[in-house]
Design a protein around this ligand. Structure first.
Ligand SMILES: Cc1cc2nc3c(=O)[nH]c(=O)nc-3n(C[C@H](O)[C@H](O)[C@H](O)COP(=O)(O)OP(=O)(O)OC[C@H]3O[C@@H](n4cnc5c(N)ncnc54)[C@H](O)[C@@H]3O)c2cc1C
Length: 427
């Protein structure tokens, strides 16, 4: 990742963002929306050449994350394709158990009360704690909104960067050179920008992959999400619009690879064994793809004139459907720190601006990482003793409505120091 010496007159931007996933695009839009046309933002990502997106996944968008998408004008474009989660059940059983008793159930709405008004958030009445949305819809809507807001989109990678006084020089893989006051690494779990900055990560790979596919079924799902804790790991059935669900099915890496390679009929039989027949006949209607799972956090979220956001900064197990929601909290916090500095005429890439961002986000990230790791270890095993212990725990939560509301508010993203965008306000 060396800078191309032949580039003599670099283009300028206030912020260059490497990565046009959810985090990079949402940050670019929020900055242009909040700071106007004179604040220039470039987003570079080779994947921009592949729009419309073909990502087979769907994501649970927590209520706070939905407010961010509303605030930047993207939710309106995808709302018709979003399925509210109206109800959620959790079961814990062996694969061949004939019956899967429900240990925990949640109504899908955030409690509407004054007490629940934490972090300056006013709750809407009957606000679902999450919606399911297919990734491809959201990415396409983010790209369209970024174009509308005049974000400079470049279908090429960030290949290198060098610090200069008061600026950072950024080289793109197509040979172009840029200077910016801040470079944001939004380039995902295997971030090259993080690597080049010399930022190490703490964490580990699980010997698990999530098999993802889309399934059509005969009967209505009524907006119900199901999480079946099976010995290999969680098997989640997540409602999409129409009689369709998104499956996130955890297996060991070896078994996941084997399942993906099965002929259609055998894959269907394995799926049905885990899914059951409560929604009638099933039909796989999307591609199958396995995503290796891990847990890690970058040791620092910042370096000189550099900030990491989203999966480049942290990756967690999808067991609680919170990875992207955490990434959006990063961009809401970073956008607010940048906008506050820019309005005061300060240097947006200065160390104190970036430290404010890091302080805001690191503790929250560690807490969520530890929680999802604990859940995965507690549930992904076949021990009868652990099953008894966790079922007693789930039974206790089931009987205590106040405790359930705490979990729902946490899942909705309305706890802690909630940045403005996650409250539905602009930066
Ligand atoms: C199976 C599964 C299910 C999940 N379900 C949920 C869920 O229900 N809810 C939830 O909140 N989260 C969920 N997540 C997590 C969520 O998908 C991620 O947290 C989210 O996609 C991260 O977004 P990002 O923009 O940070 O990174 P990415 O989406 O990985 O985007 C990174 C982008 O950077 C680009 N890039 C890479 N290198 C470079 C470079 N050098 N220069 C420029 N660009 C580069 C890539 O092309 C890519 O477009 C799930 C994850 C998995 C695996």
């Amino acid at each position: 990742m060396k800078k191309d010496a032949s580039s003599t007159s670099p283009m300028r931007a206030d912020v260059v963002i490497g990565g046009a996933g959810f985090a990079g695009l949402a940050l670019a839009i929020a900055l242009r929306q909040g700071l106007g046309d004179s604040f220039t933002v470039t987003v570079a990502d080779p994947a921009l050449a592949m729009v419309p997106s073909r990502d087979p996944r769907a994501t649970a968008i927590a209520a706070a994350a939905r407010r961010l998408f509303e605030a930047i004008g993207v939710w309106q474009a995808v709302a018709d394709g979003a399925q509210p989660i109206l109800d959620m059940v959790v079961t814990d059983s062996k694969l061949d158990d004939a019956v899967r008793p429900t240990f925990l159930s949640f109504g899908g709405e955030v409690e509407h009360s004054r007490r629940a008004n934490s972090g300056g958030v006013n709750f809407g009445e009957h606000e679902p704690f999450a919606h399911m949305i297919e990734n491809r819809f959201l990415i396409d809507a983010l790209v369209a909104k970024a174009k509308e807001f005049g974000v400079d989109l470049r279908a090429t990678a960030v290949s290198g960067f060098d610090n200069a006084p008061y600026a950072i020089g950024v080289t793109l893989a197509n040979g172009e050179a840029m200077t910016a006051r801040l470079l944001v690494g939004a380039d995902g779990a295997r971030s090259k920008i993080r690597e080049q900055a010399g930022i190490v990560t703490h964490g580990w790979n699980y010997d698990q992959s999530a098999i993802v596919t889309t399934v059509a079924h005969e009967r209505e799902h009524h907006g119900r999400a199901e999480e079946h804790f099976l010995p290999a790991g969680p098997f989640a059935i997540l409602p999409l619009t129409g009689n369709r669900v998104s499956i996130v099915w955890t297996e060991s890496n070896r078994d996941a690879e084997r399942m993906i390679a099965l002929p259609d009929e055998e894959f269907h039989a394995e799926l049905e064994k885990r899914f059951g027949l409560h929604l009638g006949d099933l039909k796989v209607v999307g591609p199958r793809k396995a995503f290796p799972l891990g847990l890690f956090t970058a040791r620092e979220f910042i370096a000189e004139r550099l900030a990491l956001v989203g999966d480049a900064a942290h990756v967690i197990h999808p067991i609680a459907g919170q990875g992207l929601n955490m990434g959006l909290r990063d961009i809401a916090a970073l956008a607010e720190a940048i906008a506050d500095a820019a309005r005061l005429g300060l240097d947006i890439g200065a160390a104190d601006v970036l430290e404010r961002y890091q302080r805001w986000r690191r503790f929250d990230t560690m807490t969520m990482g530890v929680a999802t790791d604990g859940l995965n270890k507690l549930f992904s095993n076949n021990s009868d003793v652990l099953r008894l212990a966790r079922d007693v725990g789930l039974g206790v939560v089931e009987r205590l409505p106040a405790l359930k509301n705490v979990f729902i508010r946490e899942a909705a993203g309305f706890t802690g120091d909630v940045p403005k965008l996650m409250r539905g306000e602009g930066v």
